[in-house]
Design a protein around this ligand. Structure first.
Ligand SMILES: [Zn+2]
Length: 385
């Protein structure tokens, strides 16, 4: 039995359980089982704890450290040009925070803080501050954030109440105590200060439920509950502006904020979360069967992200895995788990089976656009049946 990370209710049993190892967002394997729990009281879903979480983020968790230009592509525009995650995040953040002239803004859990740097380029009147639980990113902050406006490991006491705005992109899903995390941000904000938070939306990307280092899988009711408990009024929760994510804007309140419970909304959220857990159970069974069916055959995996990596871990001892296929030009020419990553168009003729490792909500549309995968004798394995 465990406690909900938002409302503290007891959750009797896991809604999804898979044996070790578990896979992280950085495609590292951790020697723990994958567990997902769903809270009927507030509609939150959560994973089991990670061992030694502080050390994990200090030393082994580095996003986009390899090069200045390595950035995640999250979409393509109308002209088929890649749209980079931080460009979109910067534009959306400037729009949603509606910052006043000269505003002090903090990027909390900043990593390299590419998003805030891009915002500062567009708005040089802002006073940027950065904080992270690792010192690895400090070189990326030099030259544009004043030394006294940078902090690692602990936030300076004199920052309390300083900020007109705080943003924290894709951080809270990693935090074991999200309400306490929000309270820290609350205390850093000036009265009437605004907070912008982003996090994955597991309904839009069910893979999130099985990621070991995403401890929280928020729903709209569990987000509302968390913000109320931490002393915020929620201005908006958006799940369209950034595909696969929630963007939330909240305002610092001085008095306690009542929790509004919408039981129907909570029931819908828990039902959806349990559906996703059931999907993962089925996907694991399906892949184990496919691995046996195609044992010894020449195979490729489409997608070298989370889904593709997870598939690899389940099939590589059975099939003859040759390559990963990936549309992302930054990944083509690299290796993933020792296998070459190539463009889908370059798939060799002697491959018998392709395992599709993409978000199942988008997989069929993506594969439909790849003529090289439409050979009649080529087998395609989908994780959702
Ligand atoms: Zn709960």
């Amino acid at each position: 039995m465990i406690a909900c990370r938002i409302c503290g209710s007891h959750i009797a049993e896991a809604a999804y359980e898979a044996s070790a190892p578990a896979l992280t967002t950085t495609m590292a394997f951790v020697d723990i089982p994958t567990l997902a729990f769903v809270c009927d009281e507030c509609g939150h879903a959560q994973s089991g704890d990670l061992p030694d979480i502080a050390t994990f983020y200090d030393t082994s968790y580095q996003i986009s450290m390899e090069s200045e230009d390595h950035d995640q592509i999250f979409s393509v525009d109308a002209n088929n040009q890649p749209i980079y995650r931080t460009d979109h995040q910067a534009a959306v953040s400037l729009h949603l925070l509606d910052l006043s002239q000269g505003a002090a803004i903090l990027d909390y859990g900043a990593a390299k803080s590419t998003t805030l740097r891009k915002m500062y380029n567009a708005r040089p009147d802002l006073r940027p501050h950065v904080f992270d639980v690792s010192a690895d990113y400090r070189p990326a902050w030099q030259g544009w954030v004043a030394a006294e406006d940078q902090a690692s490991y602990t936030v300076p006491a004199e920052w309390a109440g300083r900020f007109q705005a705080i943003m924290s992109h894709f951080v809270i899903e990693h935090v074991s105590e999200p309400v306490a995390f929000l309270k820290v941000l609350h205390d850093l904000l000036a009265p009437e200060g605004r907070l912008l938070l982003s996090m994955p939306d597991v309904v839009a990307n069910p893979g999130d439920m099985a990621v070991a280092d995403h401890l929280n899988h928020f729903s709209i009711p569990s987000l509302r509950r968390a913000f109320s408990l931490a002393g915020f009024t929620v201005d908006m929760i958006d799940r369209e502006i950034f595909p696969g994510a929630f963007f939330v804007v909240a305002k610092h309140a001085d008095d306690s904020v009542p929790v509004i419970e919408d039981r129907a909304e909570i029931a819908t959220a828990t039902e959806k979360a349990r559906e996703i857990c059931a999907f993962w159970k089925q996907a694991a069974i399906r892949l184990d069967e496919a691995a046996k069916e195609f044992a010894g055959r020449r195979a490729a995996i489409y997608g070298s992200g989370f889904y593709g990596s997870w598939i690899c871990s389940r099939i590589e001892s059975d099939v003859d895995l040759g390559v990963f296929l990936d549309q992302n030009p930054n990944l083509q020419g690299t290796k993933h788990f020792g296998k070459p990553v190539i463009a889908p168009a370059n798939l060799a003729e002697d491959i018998d089976v392709v395992f599709v490792g993409l978000n199942p909500l988008k997989a069929r549309a993506a594969i439909a656009q790849q003529p090289s995968l439409h050979r009649p004798e080529l087998n395609l394995v989908w994780i959702d049946g």
